[in-house]
Design a protein around this ligand. Structure first.
Ligand code: ZN
Ligand code: ZN
Length: 331
C-alpha cells in the first residue's frame, strides 16, 4: 500500500514525508484494518513532522482523523463487520488500568498510544486500530466532511466544554483554522456570541460568514468582555491578550498540544479568579458526543482536499494559514 512516511523530522518546507510502498498491515487480536477514504490534516501532524513534539516511533505514518471502511478483522474482533464505515481519532489505545483510565479521564492515561504518533496513522491507503477505539460515523456525512471532525472537531468540543461557556455567553476564539471553524458552529448552536481573533484576513472572512459577532486582531479589544476564550494558535503571547479581555472569573483554555513559551504575566491579568488551563487529548466519550452533536447541528466542515502524495504540500499550506477550514488527504 502507498503511505506517506516520516523517517526523520524536518521543517515542512523540506518535504519530510516520503512516499513509500509498505506491506498491507495485518490486524492482530482485537484489531481491525481500515481502508482509508479520507484523513484530516491537523496541526499536530505539522508538529510531528517538524519534531516539535516527542516522537516515540520512527519511522511513523502520521494522520489521526481517519474516515474509512473496515476491510479485515483480527482474531476476536467482532464489533464491526467488513464494509462498516468507521472513524479513527487521535486516541489509539489506553491502558484501562491507571487511575486516569479508571476514573473516566482516559485522555490523561499514563501509558497511552496516539494514532499517527505511537502507531501508524491515516496518511496511507490502510491502517490497523484496536476495534474498541474506532467509532461508527454518522451516515449523513461524506468521508472528507467527517474526517476533520475527528480531531479538530473533537478537541474543539472538549475545549469548549472545559472553557465552561454557558448558552448565551460570549466566547473568544484565537486562531481560526480547522478546529475553531467547527467550534463556532457549536457555540452559535448554543446561542453564544463569538468573537474571533486572527491575523489571516481569509480566516476572519470565514469567521464572519459562520456568524462571528466581531472579528479582529489579538491586540484589539472586542466590544464586550468575554466569558471564556479558547486559544488554538500555538503562540504563547496570546495568553496575556486573552486574559486581558476575559471578565472576572472567566476561563482561558489552551487547545494546542504545544505552544511557544508564555511570556511573563502581570498577576493582575490572572487575578479575580480567572482560570488558565490546557486541553489534552480527548476521551472516546468526547468523540461519541461530538459525532452526535455533528449530526444534530448539523456541523459542516469547510474542506480543502489534497491527494495523498501531496501531504507535504498540505502541511506547508497549513503552516502558512492558507487552508480555509480543514485540509483533508484523499488516497
Ligand atoms: Zn491508563
Ligand atoms: Zn489533531
Amino acid at each position: 500500500m502507498r503511505a506517506m512516511v516520516l523517517e526523520e523530522p524536518r521543517p515542512a518546507e523540506e518535504h519530510p514525508l516520503l512516499q513509500r510502498d509498505l506491506p498491507l498491515p495485518a490486524p492482530g487480536r482485537g484489531e481491525i484494518r481500515v481502508r482509508v477514504r479520507a484523513c484530516g490534516v491537523c496541526h499536530t501532524d505539522l508538529h510531528t513532522v517538524e519534531g516539535e513534539i516527542a516522537l516515540p516511533k520512527l519511522p511513523v505514518v502520521p494522520g489521526h482523523q481517519v474516515a474509512g471502511v473496515v476491510e479485515a478483522r483480527g482474531a476476536g474482533a467482532d464489533r464491526f463487520r467488513e464494509g462498516d464505515r468507521v472513524g479513527v481519532p487521535w486516541l489509539y489505545w489506553t491502558c484501562g488500568a491507571c487511575r486516569f483510565c479508571v476514573d473516566g479521564r482516559e485522555n490523561l492515561c499514563d501509558a497511552p498510544r496516539f494514532t499517527g504518533l505511537g502507531a501508524d496513522g491515516g496518511y496511507a491507503e490502510a491502517m490497523v486500530v484496536p476495534e474498541g477505539f474506532a467509532h461508527t460515523l454518522p451516515a449523513s456525512f461524506p468521508d472528507s466532511g467527517v474526517a476533520p471532525l475527528l480531531c479538530a472537531g473533537v478537541i474543539g468540543y472538549r475545549a469548549l466544554r472545559l472553557s465552561e461557556i454557558r448558552p448565551g455567553g460570549r466566547l473568544g476564539l484565537y486562531g481560526f483554522g480547522a478546529s475553531a471553524h467547527i467550534v463556532i458552529q457549536i457555540a452559535r448552536y448554543w446561542g453564544c456570541e463569538v468573537d474571533v481573533f486572527s491575523r489571516a484576513a481569509s480566516h476572519l472572512e470565514l469567521a464572519r460568514r459562520l456568524g462571528a459577532a466581531w472579528t479582529g486582531r489579538a491586540e484589539e479589544t472586542p466590544p464586550a468582555p468575554l466569558d471564556a476564550a479558547i486559544i488554538f494558535a500555538p503562540a504563547g503571547r496570546l495568553v496575556a491578550e486573552a486574559l486581558r479581555v476575559v471578565r472576572k472569573g472567566g476561563v482561558v483554555a489552551l487547545a494546542g498540544i504545544t505552544m511557544s513559551p508564555i511570556p511573563q504575566l502581570d498577576y493582575r491579568l490572572l487575578y479575580h479568579e480567572r482560570t488558565l488551563r490546557s486541553v489534552a487529548n480527548s476521551t472516546r466519550r468526547d468523540v461519541r458526543e461530538l459525532l452526535e452533536l455533528a449530526a444534530a447541528v448539523p456541523l459542516r466542515a469547510e474542506v480543502e482536499t489534497f491527494p495523498l502524495d501531496q501531504a507535504n504540500q498540505a502541511l506547508i499550506a497549513l503552516k502558512e494559514s492558507r487552508i480555509k477550514g480543514a485540509g483533508v488527504l484523499v488516497p
